[in-house]
Ligand binder design. Structure first.
Ligand SMILES: [Zn+2]
Length: 638
């Protein structure tokens, strides 16, 4: 049947287009609804809608670029409004937000594209199985457009997924532990009133802030033990997010207000029962995706870096003998043997001397989100942009006070703004949050430069989140410069920090990858089995890569990251971001950040390796990170 169609098309357009015609007809066949539209309908459609390569095809490309961008972008813009109540701190928190925030405006788009033949039109003219990099800008745009319409996830399945995932979201943001309400096995341990920490971010950061504090070590150990209890389900559900409930950990009992002590019931696999729902939703989506499973979908389709390459890079970092050398450096700084939580050690830049004290208040300088917004022009000028350009970039960014720690949300269409969310307390933006602001500003400047002026809208953005992280870290590095601290001369310790961040997160990322394989090997797994499996997988990874530096007991740290519960298989994005980030940083050394970033961002969303080669002239590689770390260790004498 399609042979007949191909023949007719060749007769009409000439045999020089034979290859392209059979490509188009084959790709269109895959997305055509034969039951509804019939074979004859298919033939007529192909005959009418096939456009041979050349000027006409380019016109069609421009038209579809405009068409898809306006629809997809408008729905993406709507999503910002949908989520506003949950994301922005300066709004009343209405109970209705739970309902509103769960709405998924894009869930019907794929089905509509099929129904109205948009998918057919795109696949007939731009669909391809080709994996080699295109050679022209229009080639890239056509390739990216060709990805649209191939998959069709039934709307009810994406809705189910959205519901499950927003339930996990709420669960994670309410996983607050009130450390001042607990009694610890070590009776010397206590925490100040109101110490409320979210798992795992809050626990981790607070634990690390105790380095060098009076009675710090016993408290760090107590928090480490809490993390282990989270992983193993040894926390009673009653204490979550409730400042009234007391928990006597060694006595294994709890007390609710107005009641007497009663024995503890552990929460068991509660975290994993939340994950279980998302996972079930994911499994029902799988058969409708191109690769049929989340692992290949993530690596081949989204990241476009093979699993083999990513696992190879993570392993190279984890197995590197540089870790032992940095371990010795940290040991000397903290004057004790390393403990498992030292994988989160970040105090490198102070080098034990403390940071230079500023002679003004950061909170006073940036009292509100608006003040931060205003400051962007000046910051960009300090980073090398000319004022007019800096002002234009600023005009595309809006800073909001965030409920969460901070995030950036790129513009979805020409009339939309780049959003920067950061926590601004009542007294203003403190130094820690200002560093987050700088990080998010890096995302935002990338978001602006890689979008509004792009030649094709389908190429908006960068190849993946990891690339955006590269710019975010580059900006974050300049925090001290912007705050007015003099060059600290701490370049070598900072380099150790870069490696240590990558070394720490590579473990959970690899744990997550192995855990996903286990999930596909055990499709009937219960929440309880999941909880045990990830602990087992994480422990074996600890033995393999971390025990040599921190000792044999890993306390489940590999599996504590809350990200895993979201089920979007995200963690590897961080180490890939650090790796690419370091390559970009190394390249920028001695060059102008402003100038280079403009050129880099103009590449748009092409293949990661093509981006790297065309911008930096080298493939994605761990080598620069390892080499620079070794150099820094030599300088420091470790
Ligand atoms: Zn980031």
């Amino acid at each position: 049947m399609s042979k007949q169609t191909i023949k007719q098309l060749i007769a009409r357009h000439g045999s020089k287009h034979e290859k392209d015609i059979s490509r188009g007809v084959r790709m269109c066949e895959e997305v055509w609804d034969f039951e509804r539209e019939g074979r004859k309908g298919f033939r007529c459609f192909c005959l009418e809608q096939y456009v041979p390569p050349g000027r006409d095809r380019k016109q069609l490309l421009a038209r579809l670029d405009e068409f898809h961008h306006s629809l997809f972008g408008a729905l993406g813009g709507a999503l910002k409004v949908v989520r506003a109540g949950q994301d922005m701190a300066d709004r009343p928190s209405l109970a209705a937000e739970e309902v509103l925030g769960g709405f998924a405006p894009r869930s019907h788009l794929q089905a509509d594209y099929r129904r109205f033949h948009i998918s057919g039109l795109i696949q007939l003219n731009f669909g391809t199985e080709e994996t080699r990099a295109p050679r022209s800008r229009s080639g890239w745009a056509g390739r990216r457009l060709g990805r649209i319409g191939r998959e069709m996830i039934p709307a009810e399945l994406s809705q189910q997924y959205a519901e499950a995932s927003s339930e996990v979201d709420r669960f994670i943001s309410a996983y607050n532990l009130h450390l001042d309400r607990f009694r610890y096995p070590d009776s010397a341990v206590s925490f100040p009133r109101g110490t409320q920490l979210i798992c795992h971010w809050g626990l981790r950061d607070y634990m690390m802030s105790l380095n060098g504090a009076r009675n710090g070590l016993p408290r760090q150990r107590a928090i480490l033990d809490l993390m282990r209890r989270v992983v193993d389900g040894d926390v009673p559900a009653e204490v979550l997010d409730d400042p009234e409930v007391e928990w006597d950990i060694p006595g294994q009992r709890i007390r609710c207000p107005g009641e007497s002590w009663k024995p503890v019931r552990r929460q068991g696999a509660l975290r994993w029962s939340k994950f279980h729902k998302v996972w079930q939703a994911q499994r029902s989506i799988d058969p409708h995706t191109r690769h049929g499973n989340l692992i290949d979908q993530k690596f081949e389709e989204e990241r476009e870096i093979s699993e083999q390459k990513v696992v190879g890079m993570l392993t190279e970092i984890l197995a590197s003998p540089l870790a032992e050398r940095i371990g010795r450096y940290i040991g000397d700084e903290v004057e004790r043997d390393l403990e498992p939580f030292d994988i989160y050690y970040r105090d490198f830049e102070t080098d034990g001397l403390g940071r230079e004290v500023l002679n003004y208040g950061v909170e006073k300088r940036y009292p509100t989100a608006e003040a931060l917004n205003e400051a962007i022009t000046d910051i960009l000028v300090q980073l090398g942009w000319v004022e007019e350009r800096a002002r234009w970039i600023r005009s595309r960014i809006r800073v909001d006070n965030a409920r969460s720690a901070g995030h950036a949300w790129p513009p979805q269409h020409d009339h939309d703004l780049q959003l920067l969310r950061v926590r601004v307390g009542r007294g203003g933006c403190d130094e820690i949050n200002f560093e987050t602001f700088m990080h998010e500003l890096g995302h935002c400047v990338e978001g602006v430069l890689s979008r509004y002026e792009m030649d094709y809208k389908i190429l908006w953005g960068v190849p993946s989140t990891a690339f955006s992280e590269a710019f975010a870290f580059t900006f974050q590095d300049r925090t001290d410069q912007i705050l007015g601290r003099s060059e600290s001369g701490a370049a070598a310790p900072m380099m150790l920090k870069r490696f240590w961040e990558a070394f720490e997160i590579s473990g959970p990322a690899l744990t997550e990858i192995r855990f996903l394989h286990w999930l596909y090997d055990n499709p009937e797994a219960t929440a309880r089995q999941m909880m045990r499996a990830i602990r087992r997988i994480g422990d074996s990874l600890w033995d393999e890569f971390y025990a040599r530096v921190f000792g044999e007991n890993g306390h489940g740290l590999m599996s504590v990251y809350s990200h895993i519960l979201w089920g979007d298989f995200y963690l590897a994005e961080y180490p890939i971001g650090y790796i690419i980030g370091h390559q970009v940083r190394q390249y920028l050394r001695g060059r102008s950040l402003a100038q280079e970033m403009e050129t880099m961002c103009a590449q748009g969303d092409i293949f990661p390796e093509s981006w790297m080669r065309s911008v930096l002239g080298e493939p994605i590689s761990v080598r620069p990170l390892l080499e620079d770390t070794a150099l820094a260790l030599d300088q420091l004498g470790y």
